[in-house]
Design a protein around this ligand. Structure first.
Ligand code: NDP
Ligand code: MG
Length: 401
């Protein structure tokens, strides 16, 4: 099929770096902190105009004191007064509550949103930023899993760019830059396989959260670490790729590549394959998204082919890691099913972290919820929100949350 990249200009040529004000949503998380590392290293290129957190008020305050944003938002209002007392005298506007995220996202005080909130909670502020004409650096993959059609249509209508931050999607994006509308045969998403690569159900049944949080190659937030251990992360990424690059499900392949050096690949119609490579470090895709279409220098450790171990590739074991099979089914069927699956997964991960259910039980909760919630082929945004709420309620009832 032919690609329509109307949502982001992949033929853009490097230009003089324009100073960008970043609205950093989710500044206290793993991606948020690394985004601030990039801003700190490039004060002539970037500034943080908005910082947001859910409840980590201490880190939010110290980030605000260092980066001097125009606005901070804390969605859990418990510590609002404490934050206000410290930041008000500095002339920083402090807002609290979930709706404040959308209010901040609509303000004309930033150029690009770094969407680094985790889970469904990232969807509404991202939609608000798009409708306010802001470009998006997209880390929050759940936004596209839940309502990819709505998000991409709005992005096209508003003529804004969505630049992926997820390392695989950044890799694909980088492979496509300069290709204009050259036809793509397929993309190959690489997956490390997570901490339980090669394990079978008799091992997984006893896995505890401490084991699941130990990712071999990346240090990430809790939710994505669990998703990586179940391979749900790769399923979410297949759906994310479908929307970002306007692909048919059959054009998306997953290959296990435990070394995480090839971040993903594109195979073109002429059988040429382009890969984007490097040591695993999220600061690179973060920096790339923020500086696009330029590349800026950095002192990150360099990959050395001569010192590296062998690069290996295997098929994913979707019989053992059934979350990936469920995500493939959701992607193939479409409609509200990926949204339902995502909500059930968020609840299952939460339950697993609270020791309410075992590692393999997460799959059961997701599968039962996908079977239970009414299927809608072409949902409206409101129907996506309703599907999310229904799926959360049902899956929570399965584990007595
Ligand atoms: P973290 O859990 O480390 O951080 C999440 C951020 O979102 C924190 O700032 C947190 O605030 C905030 N947050 C949490 N819940 C809410 C809520 N209900 N409302 C508003 N804000 C909230 O996550 P990561 O940084 O690991 O991941 C962020 C996103 O990026 C995810 O969608 C993930 O899939 C994606 N991603 C992450 C990668 C990584 O390497 N970490 C790689 C690729 C994609 P507080 O600290 O106060 O709780
Ligand atoms: Mg990824």
């Amino acid at each position: 099929m032919e690609f329509d990249f109307s949502h982001s200009d992949l033929s853009a040529t490097p230009e003089k770096q324009v100073f960008k004000r970043i609205g950093l949503f989710g500044s206290t998380g793993s991606i948020g902190k690394q985004t601030l590392d990039v801003i700190r290293a490039n004060p002539d290129k970037f500034a943080a105009s908005i910082l947001t957190a859910h409840s980590n008020h201490e880190l939010l305050i110290s980030q605000a004191l260092e980066f001097n944003p125009r606005v901070v938002v804390i969605t859990d209002p418990t510590h609002y007064q404490t934050i206000k007392q410290v930041l008000d005298p500095k002339g920083i506007i402090v807002m609290a509550g979930e709706e404040s995220l959308e209010e901040a996202a609509s303000m004309d005080i930033y150029d690009m949103m770094m969407a680094a909130i985790v889970g469904f909670a990232g969807l509404k502020p991202t939609l608000k930023a798009i409708s306010s004409g802001k470009d998006i650096g997209l880390a929050n993959k759940e936004t596209l899993v839940v309502a990819g059609d709505v998000v991409m249509a709005l992005a096209a209508e508003k003529k804004i760019s969505i630049i992926p931050v997820d390392s695989e999607h950044s890799a694909i994006f980088q492979c496509l830059v300069g290709e204009n509308h050259n036809p793509v045969e397929k993309i190959i998403l690489t997956a490390s396989g997570g901490p339980f690569l090669g394990r079978k159900p008799n091992f997984l049944v006893n896995v505890k959260r401490e084991h699941a949080l130990q990712h071999p190659n990346w240090t990430m937030g809790v939710k994505i670490s669990i998703d990586s251990s179940t391979l749900m992360n790769k399923g979410l990424e297949m759906i994310e790729a479908k929307w970002l690059f306007d692909l048919e499900p059959a054009q998306i392949e997953v290959v296990i590549h435990p070394q995480s050096i090839i971040h993903s690949m594109v195979q073109f119609k002429d059988n040429s394959i382009k890969a984007q490579m490097g040591l695993p470090d999220m600061k690179l895709p973060i920096q790339y998204a923020m500086a696009y279409p330029n590349r800026i220098g950095n002192d990150f450790p360099r990959f050395n082919f001569l010192k590296s171990a062998t690069l290996t590739f295997d098929p994913p074991d979707i019989k053992t890691f059934r979350n990936l099979a469920l995500a493939m089914a959701a992607m193939n069927k479409g409609g509200n099913l990926p949204c339902v699956m995502n909500a059930a997964n968020e609840i299952a991960v939460y339950g697993f972290m609270k020791n309410r259910l075992g590692f393999l039980d997460m799959t059961e909760v997701i599968e039962k919820t996908m079977d239970k919630i009414a299927f809608i082929q072409n949902p409206t945004l409101t129907e996506y929100y309703e599907s999310d709420a229904d799926a959360r309620e049902y899956s929570a009832s399965l584990i007595n949350l």
